[in-house]
Design a binder for this molecule. Structure first.
Ligand SMILES: [Zn+2]
Length: 170
């Protein structure tokens, strides 16, 4: 459940009030900005998430009334949260099979390019071209309108093909 683990630190659990660093670290506080009451009312962070905010009774009521992804956050917190999300997304992409780091054009990059295209390193130019065309078609963003990762995969496939097709003949 990597996704669940990654989401565990997703929000801003507040275990104490701002400016009271040394105090009451074991008390979960209301997640609402500036609120120092104990947060013992769970509220889902988004409609399809198991993640929860923990609010005091007052802020739980307010949150439930005024449903919003960034409800209860100051502008600064909302921006920080968006940045965190971006960082996580980048990390996820880098660790994925489609992630691409082979910019040096060296042997490791070639190996990675062959792997992206699902080929052995002994593949011929014709096989490389054929694999590229097939994958590019399958993973083209236009063919995957609901898959946010398709563009990333497509880009990786293109880079792999670029690298392998421009390689000097051996
Ligand atoms: Zn509160």
């Amino acid at each position: 459940m990597a996704r669940f683990t990654r989401n565990m630190d997703w929000g801003f659990p507040r275990w104490r009030a701002y400016g009271q660093e040394r105090q009451a670290e074991r008390v979960r506080l209301c997640d609402h900005e500036g609120c120092d009451k104990p947060g013992d009312c769970p509220a889902p962070k988004s409609p399809h998430s198991n993640e929860k905010w923990w609010f005091c009774a007052d802020h739980a009521a307010q949150y439930n009334k005024n449903w919003n992804y960034f409800a209860g956050l100051s502008d600064e917190e909302a921006q920080a949260r968006a940045r965190e999300e971006e960082t996580r997304a980048r990390g996820y992409r880098q660790s994925s099979h489609w992630g691409w780091s082979g910019d040096d054009g060296g042997t490791a990059a070639e190996r990675q390019a062959f792997a992206v295209l699902g080929l052995e390193a002994t593949a011929t130019a014709a096989e490389i071209k054929s694999a590229y065309r097939k994958l590019a078609k399958t993973h083209h963003p236009d063919a995957n309108p609901d898959d946010a990762q398709a563009a990333e995969r497509f880009h990786g496939i293109q880079k792999a093909y670029d690298l392998l097709s421009k390689r000097p003949a051996k």
